[in-house]
Design a protein around this ligand. Structure first.
Ligand SMILES: *Cc1c(COP(=O)(O)O)cnc(C)c1O
Length: 232
């Protein structure tokens, strides 16, 4: 199968998982994760219908940006404050906010660019030390602080990456926990222009169908579309 066929196949599986869980296919967005893959391959996915592209490193966004057809870019990996300036006008959403310090920097750069940046808060559900993200228990305080301080940031929901799993089903408890947190979040009384919790970003190649069944509104799928990553 080529990229076009694999994209169509993943999209079909996303749509079916949505229907299976009583949701509409258009309520789940497929983000094609393109790290290590060249612009030419990204353009193949775009021709196959991909409208959202995810990169986890700022450097890769910058390297490929001018060679890729117009598309919505998402920054999905850990972001250092000193790199925010370089991508502020290139991405539509930052999925990996995990500190007030980072939110403040995004706010500052967004204000300078005259935009509001949509962000998700990354949750570290399993409390893995090697991973970024905040404990679920700290979510409400962080979101409250961001809404109070950052006039050019809009918190749109949460992102999570469960521990590496042997079976897709192993991720389900983490997805369920994130979904419960997301539902809870929708009831928080915060200013609508700063806080619009509509997105739950979870699920990767190994477990995206389970994520959709548990309520994901965005899945981030790389290797199932582009094949194995070629780290240089
Ligand atoms: C690489 C990556 C993905 C996609 O992983 P695959 O297993 O290749 O689908 C999703 N989310 C993040 C944050 C990633 O870095």
């Amino acid at each position: 199968m080529d990229i076009r066929e694999r994209y169509a196949e993943v999209k079909r599986r996303v749509d079916e998982a949505a229907l299976r869980s009583g949701r509409k296919p258009e309520d789940v967005r497929l983000i094609a994760v393109t790290k290590t893959h060249p612009a030419s391959e990204i353009n193949e996915a775009i021709e196959a219908g991909a409208a959202d592209i995810g990169e986890n490193r700022v450097q890769e966004v910058l390297e490929k940006y001018d060679s890729v057809s117009p598309v919505r870019w998402h920054l999905i990996g850990h972001l250092q404050t000193n790199k925010v300036r370089q991508i502020i006008d290139k991405v539509v959403m930052i999925h990996s906010v995990d500190s007030l310090k980072l939110a403040r920097e995004i706010d500052k750069r967004a204000a300078a660019a005259g935009i509001t940046m949509d962000v998700l808060i990354e949750i570290n559900s399993a409390m893995e030390e090697t991973k970024s993200g905040i404990p679920a228990a700290d979510l409400r305080q962080l979101v409250t602080d961001i809404c109070a301080e950052c006039g050019n940031v809009r918190v749109c929901g949460i992102m999570c990456i469960p521990p590496i799993a042997a079976e897709p089903e192993d991720s389900r408890p983490y997805f369920r926990e994130a979904a419960e947190l997301f539902e809870d979040m929708k009831g928080w009384d915060l200013p609508a222009e700063r806080f619009a919790p509509t997105e739950l970003s979870m699920g990767m190649s190994g477990d995206f169908e389970v994520a959709v069944e548990e309520g994901a509104t965005m899945v981030r799928v790389g290797s199932s579309i582009f094949g194995p990553r070629n780290y240089r």
